[in-house]
Design a protein around this ligand. Structure first.
Ligand code: ATP
Ligand code: MG
Length: 707
């Protein structure tokens, strides 16, 4: 009997699948069948009897990918795939650690801390060390520890040179204390799972040998995004059998900011001199134009191995590059196009994805999908369900209605202001007894007394703060009020002080919330909108459009992909450019390459000439990545495809701020429409239809297109 899956492979793929002994690296571009090779190779190992299911360890990037691979293999051979060691690095390492926990001072029922627990622990340690948690935010401390763990370094391995300057010279000591506390709690964090494995393997040759005997074939997908600890773990396990098969694409390495080391892959041949390297060049996913655009773009990167890719598929449609006047029209344009694709184009919603650079960018698309009744799913959390958005909205709810006890409880001590569980319980009791809201109950306690002096002081300050904002409800513009709330409450600062990617994403979301609020006439309308948006979230039988970040889309594919918000200042991410310069730019470009190569048939890249940021219009320039797409593969859209949406040609040049001329029609947020009557550098003199003549900075107005 010949294995049927071998027929579904091209010659180099088949060679990889049939290569059973010795190290193997499959290094190739997107959509060339790397994941397919892994799946077939796994089936083939079992089918030919080269390995038993429990001899095989297959590492994938997500648990979902592991599940999918298991299903695929089960479809192919129906064998005992349950016995294969499938999973992410963390899941597999946890499984091993449970068996040998005592060696590292844990018991087998140890707890794996989630991110919140981890932060709480770091904070306790900082406080115990009399360190200022404002100056040394727990999240920043946790991030330093995580980076060391990514590199496989327990406290005794961190060189003093490396640790010396961090956290005022205290970093290493804090790390050591943190590890001790984890042990005392019989717990470990994510990074520990691998590190404890390394400790066990390196200290106990017999245990390592037992795994090396048992696991005879190891396979790793997305190898380009592995970190040093993961690399060491694999290397130890594969040392004896040397049957290690890694697949990856250096052009898709996008987790450098989380400790991934693309060098792991580039050095594979050095570490395993007898390694076979197979390159796959035929792309089976995308049309010719999509592939051509992706290849043309990534060719701008200097540090890459370089590969050729081709497809036997038709050229297909050119990539639609679409400009819009503003972000709202862009989101509406995408929604309208999705309706057309599903209603007339025969595409199903679940085969359509919108991929954004920053998590905060999902918001405008969510609004458009809700408006158009397009079922959608966000990978991660929907915008209004995110922690920081719920917190900020709780402040607004309390302002609008002080009897909102849920909102009150949510934010009374967020950020921490000395009003702990005991005080809150006291307020709750008084409120219940007097049949009052908690807010009123709190005011009653302050009058009647009964709190400790410090708590009394903190509560007075809190209540006064809320009352102060409530007084301004009618006088201050609602976006200005939210800015004030976020500032005075210390909520924005709480996240700003934590210089981690996670915290920065939350700050971006809060800024996006201010922008969102500005699109409503008042606070009430906005709160009603949110209440309705959060309601009625049911799965749709016709599938859902997928909305996620580019990072989350790795390894996935869709018939139709939308890549919006391609503007300078957004993509490439200015933060990455600031922090990592040229290397950062290249990582951003790889992210663009990942995005483009997710599409099978249709790809839309779009940008907006202006966007509302904090309620003010900002004119953007088109992302440099659009300029790097080979012109023969793209089509600049008129309003035909993005139905009803007009676009400026070369938005970058026509919207630079000095580009206003006498007679231009413009729009200003506060004064409405008007005509430019004089231009003086960055200043414009404008005759507004309603507000009369004013002089303004050009950056505060928006050109009204001549239709
Ligand atoms: P990525 O780099 O994005 O992870 P990949 O290299 O892992 O991509 P796969 O996801 O394995 O690529 O394959 C891409 C698509 O091409 C899948 O739909 C897969 O089923 C299909 N494919 C792969 N090899 C072949 C082949 N030999 N014949 C037909 N289709 C194939
Ligand atoms: Mg893949």
């Amino acid at each position: 009997m010949t294995a049927k899956w071998l027929d579904a492979l091209n010659p180099p793929q088949r060679e990889a699948v049939e290569h059973i002994d010795g190290p193997l690296l499959v290094l190739s571009g997107a959509g060339t069948g790397k994941t397919r090779v892994l799946t077939c190779r796994l089936a083939n190992l079992i089918f030919t009897g080269a390995a038993q299911p429990w001899n095989i360890l297959a590492v994938t990037f997500t648990n979902k990918a592991a599940r999918e691979m298991r299903e695929r293999v089960a479809d192919l051979i129906g064998a005992d795939v349950e016995k294969v060691w499938f999973g992410t690095f963390h899941a597999l390492a946890a499984r091993i650690l449970r068996r040998h926990a005592e060696i590292v001072g844990l018991t087998p029922n140890f707890t794996i801390l989630d991110a919140d627990d981890q932060l709480r622990l770091v904070k306790q340690i900082l406080i115990a060390n009399n360190m200022d948690v404002k100056r040394f935010p727990p999240r920043m401390v946790a991030a330093i520890i995580e980076r060391w763990k990514d590199k496989g370094l327990m406290p005794d391995k961190v060189s003093s040179g490396e640790a010396g300057h961090l956290l005022g010279g205290r970093a290493l000591d804090l790390y050591a204390q943190y590890q001790q506390r984890l042990l005392a709690l019989n717990a470990c964090d994510f990074g520990d799972l691998l590190l404890h494995n390394l400790t066990i393997f390196m200290g106990h040759a017999d245990i390592l040998a037992s795994y090396q005997t048992r696991i005879t074939h190891i396979m790793v997908d997305e190898y380009q995004d592995s970190n040093v600890a993961q690399y060491l773990w694999i290397r130890l396990l594969a040392q004896k059998s040397r049957n290690l098969c890694c697949v990856g694409d250096d052009d898709q390495s996008i987790y450098g900011w989380r400790g991934a080391e693309v060098e792991n892959m580039l050095r594979f041949a050095e570490i395993y001199p007898d390694a076979k390297t197979i390159r796959l060049e035929e792309n089976y996913r995308s049309t010719g134009h999509i592939l051509g655009a992706a290849s043309g773009l990534i060719a701008h990167n200097h540090s890459r191995l370089g590969k050729t890719l081709y497809t036997a598929d038709a050229q297909g449609e050119k990539i639609h590059v679409c400009g819009f006047w503003d972000g709202m029209r862009e989101a509406q344009g995408v929604a309208t196009e999705i309706l057309a694709l599903t209603q007339q184009g025969g595409h199903s919603l679940s085969e359509i994805a919108v991929l954004v650079r920053a998590g905060s960018q999902t918001r405008e698309f969510e609004e458009a999908f809700i408006r158009e009744k397009i079922p959608y799913r966000v990978v991660g959390a929907k915008f209004y369900e995110r922690l920081e958005i719920r917190d900020a909205v709780a402040y607004l709810r309390l302002l609008a209605q002080s009897a909102d006890d849920l909102a009150f409880e949510r934010i009374i001590n967020t950020p921490a202001r000395g009003l702990g569980a005991k005080t809150i319980e006291q307020i709750r009791r008084v409120a219940r007894a007097a049949k009052l809201s908690m807010f009123a109950g709190a005011q009653k306690i302050l009058v009647d007394g009964g709190l400790k002096p410090a708590a009394h002081r903190y509560l007075t300050a809190f209540i006064d703060m809320i009352l102060g904002w409530q007084k301004q409800l009618d006088t201050l513009h609602h976006t200005a009020l939210l800015e004030l709330v976020l500032e005075q409450s210390g909520y924005m600062a709480m996240w700003q002080n934590e210089k981690t990617p996670d915290a920065e994403g939350r700050v971006e979301n809060l800024n996006e919330l201010i922008t969102a609020l500005g699109t409503f006439p008042d606070l009430r309308a906005f709160l009603d909108h949110i209440a309705l948006v959060m309601d009625g979230d049911t799965a749709s039988p016709g599938g859902e459009v997928m909305l996620m970040t580019l990072h989350a889309a790795k390894g996935l594919e869709f018939d139709v992909v939308f890549l919006p918000c391609w503007e300078e200042g957004a993509f490439p991410s200015p933060r990455t450019l600031d922090e990592k310069g040229m290397a950062g730019l290249e990582e951003e470009r790889r992210l663009a390459y990942v995005g483009i190569t997710r599409a099978r048939q249709k790809l839309y890249i779009s940008y907006a000439a202006s966007r509302r940021v904090h309620g003010l219009w900002q004119n953007g320039a088109v992302s440099r990545f659009i300029g790097e797409l080979p012109p023969e593969h793209i089509i600049e859209e008129s309003d035909q495809t993005m139905r009803g949406m007009r676009r400026p040609v070369n938005a970058a040049s026509s919207y630079s701020k000095n580009d206003y001329r006498i007679g231009d029609r413009i729009f200003h947020q506060k004064f409405g429409n008007g005509n430019v009557i004089a231009v003086d550098g960055d200043n414009l003199e404008v005759d507004f239809d309603k507000a009369g003549e004013k002089t303004l900075r050009a950056s505060f107005v928006k050109k009204v297109p001549k239709l």
